[in-house]
Design a protein around this ligand. Structure first.
Ligand SMILES: Nc1ncnc2c1ncn2[C@@H]1O[C@H](COP(=O)(O)OP(=O)(O)OP(=O)(O)O)[C@@H](O)[C@H]1O
Length: 709
C-alpha cells in the first residue's frame, strides 16, 4: 500500500476506537444524570420522614448528588482530543492513552488516563529503554474525528508483520502549529525529560529551571494535574494554587488544566494574591526594587507605630471635678510603651486603653500628692474606663487600622521620611511618596505585597468592624480558578501545593506574601535566572528559602530544549545575553524554519510607521497571534499607532507583561528602551526576544542594543 493509503487505513482503525470511546462517554453521562436525579428524589422523600431518618437520607442524597456532579463535570469538560495516544506492547497488548480513564461496561480499559502508571511508558519509553513498547502512536483528533496518526518505533526487531508504521514527527508537527490566544496542553507530546519532572515526588520543593521556551510552564501545569490525580486525598482538599506574574499570563494559561479535566486549581496573578484587592499596574524598575526589598519591613513597622495623622495631640478629661491632662510628649510615651510590648496594633487596643488609664492615674496621683490628699488608683481606672468621653478619645487616638489606610498615610513625604530614616535614601523616599500619592490610578503589583505585610503587622480588625480586612469599602475582585472550586476563607493559608511560575522575578516581599499562603505546602517553583528582572537575587533567595521552610526536601531539574523559538530567532536572543550567560545556561532550539529575524534600523521619526508596516506584514504572514512588545511606559503610545489595525490576533504588551507569553510573530519596538528601563540590563530584552514561535521583526532607531561581535 502507498503511504497515504496506509495512513488512511490506520486513521480509520483509530476512528473505530475513538467512536467506541465517545459512545461509552455518552452512556456514562446518562448514568451520572440518572444518579443525580435519584439523589434529588431521595431528598424529597426525606422531607416526609422522621427527623433522624431525614438527616441520614439527606446526607446520602448529598453524597449521591455530589458524586454525580463531579462525574458530570469531568465528563463534560471540553476535551480536545480525548484519546491522543496508543501503545503497542510486545505481549501484544495495546492500550490507548487519553485525558481521562474510561472503562467499558465489562470494566475493561477503553482509555488509560495519561497520569496512571500504565501510561507512563507513553512518555518514558525510548529506543534504548523501550519498556516493552514496540510502537508508540500519537493520535491527532479534532473533536471526535481522527485527523492523523504518527508513530515511533521503539523495538524495530519486534514489529509484527501486520503492524503498519506511519509518519514521523508528532512533536515537530505540534511545535509548528499556529498559536491561539491561550496556551494548549502538551499531553500528547510530553518529552522524557519533561515527564520525569511532572512525575517527581510531591513532597518538598521541586525546582524547574531552564531557558526560554523549554516548557517550564507547561510542565508545571501538567505536574499540578498529575499530582492531583495521583495524590488527590493528600492534596485535593486543602487545594492547589498556581501563581503567575500577571493577569495576562494567568488568563493565557487558564485553559491548560481544564483541558486535562482538572478544574479545581486556583490561578492567581502576583497582583491578586491578597484577597479583597488587586494590583495591575507595573512600577518602574527602580521603584519596584525599593518596594520589593526587605528594607520595607522595617519601614512599615515604624509607619504603623507613628501616631495616625488625625490623632489628637492632647488628652483632657475631668475626673471628680479635676482636669487631668496628657500632653503630646506624654501621649507619645504611652504609644511607645504599648508598641514595645510587640503586639499588632489591632490586637493591642485593650493594652492601649490600660496604658492611657494608667498615665491618667499617674497624673491624678501627682495632683493628690501636691495637695496632700489620698488617692485610689483602682477607683479612677474603673470609673474613667467606663466613661464615654474616654472611649471617644481612644477610638481616634488608637483607631482600628487597615493596611491600605496605613500605606496611604505614607504618601505624605514627611511622614514617610520619619519611617524611612536610615532605611531609604532621599531619592527613594521622594519616588515612593510620589507613587503612593498617585494611587488613584490603582495599586501596583508591588504594592500588594506591602499591603499583605501590613495586614499581618496590623492584625485583623475586630469582628464587628470587619468589612474588607484590607481596605474600607473595597469590593473583592473575582478570582481566576479553573473551575467551581470550594470557597476558601479570606486569607487562606493552608494550600497543600503551590506552583510559582516565573519565580526568578519575585521580590523578597513577594516571597514573604506567597510563603504565608503555604505554611504546610509542598512547592513546584519554576524559573530561569537569566530572564530575571530582579536586581538583588541573593536577597530574594533568602526570602524564598524562608518561604519554603527549612526542613523541606529539595530536588532540581533543568530543561535544556527550547520548543518555542525557531533556532534562527533564538540565536539572536542568545547573542544579546552572551556576556551574561554561562555555557550551558542557554537551551538548544530544536526547530529550524529557514526564516531569520528581520532587524530594521530606522530613524526615530520612522519608528511608528515602520511598526505599522511590520505588523501588517506579519498579520498576513502567520495564521495565529502577533505580539507587539515595547517598553512598559510606551504601551499606550504604541497602542495608538496600531488603533487602525485592531484585530483579535494582535496584542500590544509591555516588556514585563510579556513574561511567559508567546506569539506566532513578534514586532519588538525599540529594544534599547527595554535595556534602559530595566535594572538588570539585557535580561528583559532577552525575554522579549524569545516570545516568537515563527517570525520576529525588530524596529530599532538606536543600534546600541546589539552587542558588537
Ligand atoms: N513536549 C512538548 N510538546 C509540544 N509542545 C511543547 C512541549 N514542550 C513545550 N512545548 C511548547 O513550547 C512552548 C513553550 O513552553 P512554555 O511556555 O511552557 O516554556 P517556558 O519554559 O515556561 O518558557 P519561558 O520561560 O520563556 O516563559 C509552548 O508553546 C509549549 O506548548
Amino acid at each position: 500500500m502507498s503511504e497515504p493509503r496506509v495512513r488512511r487505513a490506520e486513521v480509520a482503525i483509530e476512528q473505530t476506537h475513538v467512536d467506541r470511546v465517545y459512545a461509552r462517554l455518552a452512556e456514562l453521562r446518562t448514568q451520572a444524570e440518572s444518579m443525580r436525579a435519584k439523589g434529588y428524589e431521595l431528598g424529597h422523600g426525606a422531607q416526609r420522614e422522621a427527623v433522624f431518618e431525614q438527616a441520614s437520607m439527606l446526607f446520602e442524597r448529598d453524597m449521591m448528588v455530589f458524586h454525580a456532579n463531579q462525574t458530570l463535570q469531568t465528563l463534560d469538560a471540553e476535551y480536545e482530543g480525548l484519546v491522543f495516544g496508543r501503545l503497542d506492547h510486545v505481549d501484544p497488548e495495546a492500550i490507548y492513552v487519553g485525558r481521562l480513564g474510561i472503562r467499558d461496561a465489562e470494566f475493561d480499559n477503553l482509555v488509560t488516563d495519561w497520569r496512571a502508571p500504565a501510561a507512563a511508558a507513553f512518555y518514558q519509553a525510548t529506543a534504548e529503554e523501550p519498556m516493552g513498547v514496540v510502537r508508540r502512536r500519537v493520535i491527532r483528533c479534532s473533536g471526535q474525528t481522527v485527523l492523523d496518526v504518527d508513530d515511533d518505533v521503539l523495538m524495530a526487531e519486534a514489529v509484527p508483520e501486520d503492524m503498519r508504521i506511519v509518519g514521523e514527527g508528532a512533536l515537530m508537527a505540534a511545535l509548528g502549529r499556529a498559536r491561539g490566544e491561550n496556551m494548549r496542553d502538551i499531553v500528547a507530546t510530553i518529552q522524557k525529560e519533561q515527564d520525569e519532572v511532572i512525575r517527581a515526588p510531591w513532597r518538598g520543593v521541586t525546582e524547574i529551571t531552564g531557558g526560554p521556551g523549554t516548557g517550564k510552564t507547561a510542565v508545571a501545569l501538567h505536574r499540578a494535574a498529575y499530582l492531583l490525580y495521583r495524590h488527590r486525598r493528600q492534596l485535593g482538599g486543602a487545594g492547589v494554587l498556581v501563581i503567575g506574574p500577571s493577569g495576562v499570563f494567568t488568563s493565557y494559561i487558564s485553559r491548560v488544566l481544564p483541558s486535562m479535566g482538572e478544574t479545581n486549581v486556583e490561578l492567581r496573578a502576583l497582583g491578586e494574591v491578597l484577597d479583597g484587592i488587586e494590583g495591575v499596574r507595573q512600577d518602574t524598575a527602580p521603584l519596584a526594587a525599593v518596594k520589593g526589598s526587605l528594607r520595607m519591613r522595617k519601614l512599615l513597622l515604624r509607619a504603623l507605630r507613628d501616631a495616625p495623622p488625625d490623632a489628637p495631640a492632647e488628652m483632657r478629661i475631668v475626673y471628680r471635678g479635676e482636669v487631668l491632662r496628657l500632653h503630646v510628649k506624654d501621649l507619645e510615651k504611652v504609644r511607645r510603651k504599648v508598641h514595645s510590648a510587640g503586639g499588632p496594633p489591632n490586637r493591642s487596643r485593650i493594652r492601649a486603653a490600660e496604658a492611657l488609664l494608667s498615665a491618667l492615674a499617674d497624673r491624678a496621683d501627682e495632683h493628690a500628692k501636691a495637695d496632700g490628699r489620698s488617692f485610689e488608683r483602682a477607683d479612677l481606672i474603673t470609673e474613667l474606663g467606663e466613661r464615654i468621653d474616654f472611649h471617644r478619645f481612644l477610638v481616634v487616638w488608637w483607631p482600628v487600622l487597615y493596611p491600605a489606610q496605613v500605606l496611604d498615610w505614607l504618601a505624605d513625604e514627611r511622614r514617610l521620611a520619619r519611617a524611612a530614616r536610615g532605611v531609604l535614601n532621599r531619592g527613594e523616599i521622594s519616588a515612593l511618596a510620589a507613587s503612593l500619592a498617585g494611587r488613584s490610578a490603582g495599586w501596583t503589583i508591588a504594592d500588594i505585597a506591602l499591603l499583605d505585610e501590613l495586614r499581618v503587622l496590623i492584625g485583623p480588625p475586630p469582628k464587628r468592624k470587619r468589612r474588607s480586612n484590607i481596605e474600607l469599602d473595597a469590593a473583592p475582585p473575582v478570582r481566576g480558578t479553573t473551575g467551581s472550586g470550594p470557597q476558601r476563607p479570606e486569607h487562606y493559608d493552608e494550600y497543600s501545593h503551590i506552583v510559582v511560575d516565573e519565580s526568578q522575578d519575585l521580590s523578597p516581599m513577594q516571597w514573604r506574601m506567597v510563603g504565608r499562603r503555604g505554611k504546610y505546602a509542598s512547592w513546584t517553583v519554576v524559573g530561569d535566572p537569566l530572564q530575571s528582572s530582579w536586581p538583588d537575587p541573593a536577597e530574594a533567595a533568602t526570602a524564598r528559602d524562608q518561604a519554603f521552610g527549612r526542613s523541606a526536601a529539595r530536588r532540581r531539574y533543568t530543561l535544556r530544549t527550547n520548543y518555542r523559538n525557531s533556532a534562527e530567532i533564538f540565536d539572536l536572543a542568545a547573542k544579546v545575553v552572551s556576556g551574561h550567560a554561562e555555557e550551558g545556561d542557554l537551551p538548544h532550539a530544536v526547530r529550524r524554519t529557514g526564516i531569520g529575524p528581520d532587524v530594521r534600523a530606522v530613524d526615530a521619526a520612522a519608528v511608528a510607521g515602520s511598526t505599522q508596516a511590520a505588523v501588517k506584514e506579519l498579520m498576513d504572514a502567520v495564521e495565529g497571534t502577533v505580539g507587539v512588545i515595547c517598553a512598559v511606559d510606551r504601551v499606550g503610545e504604541v497602542g495608538e499607532w496600531l488603533e487602525g489595525q485592531a484585530d483579535e490576533r494582535l496584542k500590544v504588551v509591555g516588556s514585563l507583561d510579556s513574561k511567559g507569553l508567546e506569539y506566532d510573530a513578534v514586532v519588538l519596538v525599540e529594544p534599547a528602551d527595554l535595556i534602559a528601563e530595566s535594572t538588570t540590563g539585557r535580561r528583559v530584552l532577552y525575554v522579549a526576544l524569545t516570545r516568537a514561535t515563527q517570525q520576529l521583526t525588530v524596529i530599532a532607531s538606536d543600534p546600541g542594543w546589539l552587542p558588537v561581535p
